[in-house]
Design a protein around this ligand. Structure first.
Ligand code: NAP
Ligand code: G3P
Length: 481
């Protein structure tokens, strides 16, 4: 007789107290590996959500009044406390979102580095001093001091695929600049988010400076996004959700990091061994569930057969299995996402795509699928698969690739593989994306580089320095002497 495992409810943080919902309602977090219940978090009521935002607003002025080096000190302590919890938080990321344990622990370590860098970079936000007489008719006696001041209350909403890194990349810049934070973690990944905040409390977080709201985004999302005391929103997640938030949020700055359909453009003179290796790791790590994953390949006809063979050989080396095993491809976040990927493969095959490698299908565990001869009428050529399928589109020249990119609704990143750097720069100039990688896979890091999406991939810029800038606004003090 199987023993029903006690399911733990992980309380949310309110004013440095860990609380359950007075309603007793909770949301379950389901293991992508075996469908078991990993744990539960409170499904907060409207009153509890409003109270959290109110408290965050109440303490903001005091927090903004603390000295910058004190805020920096807290972040350094937070990074230390987080590293102490690497095993605990790594284990929870692994359980909640189906990342291998080593990748989960790397996420925690990467996040501690990000927080440390933010603690230092945040001390270098300076205003400016402007003389009046630079403008005709204005006198030298008119002087402007342009200060950089916090927005106030920042609402930080994170996605499931980096429950710790893509949360701290918002919370750390907000705190170092004197903002207080309402944190809404993705439900799948919420417990990891709460443990990350526990490290911040252990580091000495003052009461009320960060409050967490848990519950399904589809239930409490509009309430927090339209709350009058929220002064800035920083969101990472799907394009549809992002567009919804952009419509709902009014008269406040909104930074959006959304979906992607990053291409790999492979030219005739490319180092095909390197290109194949970069394309496979760039498209299939974490089972393709990365916004920056390579999501379509556009290769010049002349070298297409050779490239496809090399990609096929690299894919054949990948191990597929549960995230508890030492594998490369793990189960997708849920069955709905897996079914969506299968529908894209079926649509492409129906319309004539060639299956080069067919991945296994075992519930939400999909082996990598390589599709060749993908054409524009296939959904996989345009939709964000966010899963382990790689479409190959053959093009006669780079102009055709540029044209396909011009019609891509997304604009996050692109890779160009060629030995001709000048040629790469010319193509890069014609691509409407946030970042162009030359002879390397598309990826966000290192975390101090600007990171942005254009078109349906987002608005605003992240990356440590730019995230800090996004948390501040100008306030001008004019002296009329
Ligand atoms: P998602 O479904 O859009 O959810 C993202 C976050 O938004 C979650 O915390 C979710 O809460 C919350 N949410 C849902 N509905 C909301 C609403 N109406 N108002 C406010 N918040 C709401 O995305 P995901 O499935 O977690 O992540 C995958 C997607 O994110 C992919 O499209 C991927 O490309 C994109 N992504 C982009 C980046 C980037 O940096 N550009 C990075 C990572 C992921 P619940 O979890 O409770 O639903
Ligand atoms: O999807 C998460 C996104 O931010 C990608 O990060 O570092 O895997 O390229 P990275």
């Amino acid at each position: 007789m199987s023993v029903q495992k006690e399911v733990k409810i992980h309380p949310y943080l309110y004013n440095n107290e860990w609380k359950s919902s007075d309603t007793g309602n909770t949301v379950q977090i389901i293991s992508p590996d075996d469908g078991s219940v990993v744990g539960e978090v409170p499904a907060m009521s409207q009153d509890e959500v409003n109270r959290a935002v109110d408290k965050t607003a109440d303490v903001q002025e005091n927090w903004a009044a603390t000295d910058g080096h004190e805020r920096s000190g807290l972040l350094h302590k937070w990074a230390e406390e987080l590293e102490k919890m690497t095993d605990e938080i790594g284990e929870m990321i692994h359980l909640e979102v189906g990342k291998t344990l080593s990748a989960s622990k790397s996420e925690v370590k990467r996040t501690a580095q990000l927080i440390r860098h933010t603690a230092e970079e945040g001390l270098r936000t300076h205003g400016s001093f402007i003389q009046g007489d630079a403008f005709p008719g204005a006198s030298k006696q008119t002087k402007a001091m342009v200060q950089k001041v916090p927005h106030g209350v920042v609402l930080a909403i994170s996605p499931f695929n980096y429950p710790v890194n893509l949360a701290a990349s918002k919370i750390a810049p907000a705190l170092i600049t004197g903002n207080t934070v309402v944190f809404k973690p993705a439900t799948q990944g919420a417990i990891s988010g709460l443990l990350m905040i526990k490290a911040l409390v252990n580091a000495g977080l003052p009461e009320g400076v960060v409050n967490v709201v848990t519950g399904r985004g589809s239930v409490i999302g509009d309430l927090i996004v339209t709350h009058p005391k929220v002064n800035m929103i920083t969101f990472t997640g799907g394009t549809a959700t992002g567009q919804h938030i952009a419509k709902k949020a009014s008269m406040i700055p909104v930074v959006l990091e959304l979906g992607g359909k990053d291409p790999a453009i492979v030219l005739e003179d490319a180092d095909l061994d390197k290109a194949a290796k970069e394309i496979v790791s760039g498209s299939l790590s974490y089972s393709g569930q990365r916004c920056t994953a390579i999501k379509r390949v556009m290769v010049i006809d002349k070298v297409a057969d050779e490239l496809v063979e090399k990609i096929k050989a690299n894919i054949a080396k990948l191990k597929v299995g549960k995230s508890t095993e030492d594998v490369d491809i793990t189960p997708m976040i849920d069955q709905k996402s897996a079914d969506y990927v299968i529908s894209l493969i079926d649509d492409a095959v129906e319309k004539g795509a060639t299956i080069v490698t067919k991945g296994i299908v075992d519930g939400n565990l999909l082996g990598p699928t390589l599709l060749d001869n993908v054409t524009e009428d296939m959904r996989i050529a345009w939709e964000e698969q966010f899963g382990p399928v790689l479409p190959i589109m053959r093009v006669s020249n780079e102009l055709e690739a540029i044209d396909l990119e011009k019609r891509n609704e997304y604009g996050l990143q692109a890779s160009i593989f060629t030995k001709n750097l000048e040629g790469a720069f010319i193509i890069a100039d014609r691509l409407d994306v946030g970042t162009v990688q030359v002879n390397g896979k598309t990826s966000r890091g290192p975390d101090h580089f600007p990171f942005l999406g254009v078109k349906n991939s987002g608005q605003g810029v992240q990356g440590i320095g730019r995230s800090i800038d996004s948390m501040l606004r100008d306030k001008v003090l004019v002296l009329n002497l």
